[in-house]
Write a new protein. Structure first.
Length: 118
């Protein structure tokens, strides 16, 4: 891969990583023992009534869903950054062929080439 393109994609990944971590830390705490694992804080309003408690549960489950989503993206981004460090970035994890640069530009954390991702 061209060094210039690699640099560009690495910058994109770093940006995405900071953005995802900022989003996650707004409602979740990072598990200090597990890498890339976040725990959603349970919203607790002191002295809330039953109706409010039901809202809390609903809010919590929405956040868990979002947490899972962001965490998955963050894992992919971190995996891509590790691959850059190991010099295996840009190769399909399934067939080993290079992933098209256009595909990486659209989604720098892509793990599979266009053929395998069907
Ligand atoms: Zn492939």
């Amino acid at each position: 891969m061209e060094p210039k393109l690699l640099q560009e994609l690495q910058n994109k990944l770093q940006e995405k990583k900071s953005r995802l971590e900022a989003q996650l830390s707004s409602f979740a705490t990072k598990d200090p023992n597990l890498k890339d694992d976040w725990d959603t804080k349970y919203p607790r309003v002191p002295g809330s009534n039953l109706e409010e408690a039901a809202d809390e549960v609903e809010e919590y489950s929405t956040k868990l869903h979002l947490e899972f989503n962001l965490e998955t993206q963050l894992k992919d981004v971190n995996a891509a950054l590790e691959k850059i460090a190991k010099d295996t970035y840009g190769l399909c994890e399934q067939c080993g062929n290079p992933i098209a640069p256009e595909r990486l530009q659209a989604s720098p954390e892509a793990r599979l080439c266009g053929n395998c991702n069907k």
